[in-house]
Design a protein around this ligand. Structure first.
Ligand code: CO
Length: 447
């Protein structure tokens, strides 16, 4: 197919912003957010810098005056909102903070000859092959106390450098390696950290790293940890024309970042609606948790904000939730994997996801509303439906819609290699998603 050599001016202007400004900022956010805990901390920092006030679920709340607020749960989920006295709706954007990966086991230390290794659990539906021969770093949260004290402290830890690898077996020792071969999740997925003769003390290693990051009391004891290995290489803008962003956790930090930026740039004075973002942990493992979309977090916060059930229900029934999570872009080597009439392309805008069996929450009405928003934002839009002979993924959309009774549309940026250690998307699509969400939160600006 012959490409039109003259691009429409708007498109190239959008691409320029996306590639020069937005995508590098997104890449920085992803680099600072190796785990759900860090993603929430990155979001918290941005919110605080922009005048959002933190609320605490462990305290009673008075009726909130007009203002900007946020609340965390489990340090891995976050709800932030612009509250307007007298508003009739809560326009919401949902996304998830977690990504598939390798989580360090409680007693992880292994010794094989002089090899110090750590055992991991597989978190979520990770594509495992790409984890081999990759430089890995480690991050998460550590619970510790001063030795002799029972008061617990939680600190985020991030080695920020390559400290481990999972080496492949050489092809000479495994002639079947290039034929379809199973990855044994217990035997094969063990990380290699060092060559030492004595048994390593993992807690001492963590204590040393914490000491590098924080000024801590002299004598601390590590109690527990939730640590994940991650790709030590930061995201990169790649391709002949730098049109792609390649990096870890694009699912779903592209959407977290877009939601956050849309809220930060919402013009609170101009809107007569409440605006809210909900960033949930544990989507990749089914969402049924304290901090997940099947949990009580959002409902609890809504009940606090709107204690009167009739008023709450009326406001929710007036509102829309845009559930943003990446979609599958057409892979040029595997075009047969897509339904022929529904092949989302990179660079062609966010995708509305539809499923007759309600794996996605979109319906004709909510899809139409999203389409209108795209039109207002001057952003192209596409549709996805899975082939009838293939299984369909799901998102936090249907869970949240069912739980609180809000009209919902499932959308997302088209991407390649979902759940691999590195995924790929088009920079412009990331910016398109932000642009639509920003229009959603600031309708007055875009009129
Ligand atoms: Co996702």
């Amino acid at each position: 197919m012959q490409e039109n050599p003259i691009k429409p001016p708007k498109q190239s202007f959008y691409s320029m912003i996306a590639e020069k400004q937005y995508a590098p900022e997104l890449a920085d956010f992803i680099t600072a957010s190796p785990t759900a805990f860090h993603a929430v901390a990155s979001a918290r920092d941005l919110l605080q810098k922009n005048g959002f006030q933190q609320l605490d679920e462990r305290e009673a709340w008075q009726e909130l005056p007009t203002g900007k607020y946020f609340v965390l749960r489990n340090e891995s989920s976050l709800i932030a909102f612009i509250w307007q006295e007298g508003a009739q709706s809560i326009e919401m954007v949902g996304a998830h903070t977690d990504s598939p990966g390798l989580k360090v086991k409680p007693n992880p230390v292994l010794h094989n000859q002089n090899c110090f290794q750590l055992g991991v659990e597989i978190y979520g539906g990770a594509l495992l092959r790409p984890w081999f021969d990759r430089e890995l770093s480690l991050a998460g949260r550590v619970l510790w106390h001063e030795t002799g004290s029972t008061e617990l402290h939680s600190s985020l830890l991030d080695f920020k450098r390559s400290i481990a690898i999972i080496p492949n077996l050489a092809i000479h020792l495994n002639s079947e390696a290039n034929n379809q071969q199973e990855v044994n999740r217990q035997k094969d997925m063990v990380t290699l950290l060092a060559l030492i003769d004595e048994k390593a003390d993992f807690h001492a290693i963590l204590t040393e790293q914490l000491g590098r990051q924080y000024s801590l009391p002299e004598d601390i004891t590590i109690s527990d940890h939730e640590l994940y290995f991650y790709d030590a290489a930061p995201p990169a803008l790649i391709g002949l024309e730098r049109q792609f962003i390649s990096g870890a956790r694009l699912d779903n930090q592209i959407s977290c970042f877009a939601a956050l930026q849309a809220l930060l740039t919402a013009d609170a004075k101009e809107t007569t609606q409440n605006c809210m973002i909900i960033l949930n942990d544990h989507e990749e493992v089914g969402s049924s948790s304290l901090a997940g979309a099947q949990g009580s977090f959002l409902r609890d916060i809504l009940e606090r904000l709107l204690p009167e059930p009739g008023q709450r229900q009326a406001m929710l029934r007036n509102s829309l939730l845009i559930s943003a999570d990446n979609a599958h872009a057409l892979h040029p080597n595997f075009t047969e994997k897509h339904e022929p009439q529904h092949q989302p392309l990179m660079n062609k805008g966010p995708v509305i996801k539809v499923n007759a069996n309600q794996r996605y929450a979109s319906n004709a009405e909510t899809a139409a509303r999203f389409r209108q928003l795209c039109q207002q934002a001057d952003v192209p839009v596409q549709e996805f439906v899975v082939r009838n002979d293939m299984g369909c993924g799901s998102t936090i959309g249907p869970l949240t819609a069912a739980k609180i009774g809000v009209e919902t549309v499932d959308v997302g940026v088209p991407s390649l290699a979902m759940h691999s250690i590195r995924e790929t998307a088009a920079c412009t699509d990331c910016w398109y998603l932000y642009k639509v969400l920003q229009t959603f939160f600031s309708p007055a600006q875009s009129e």
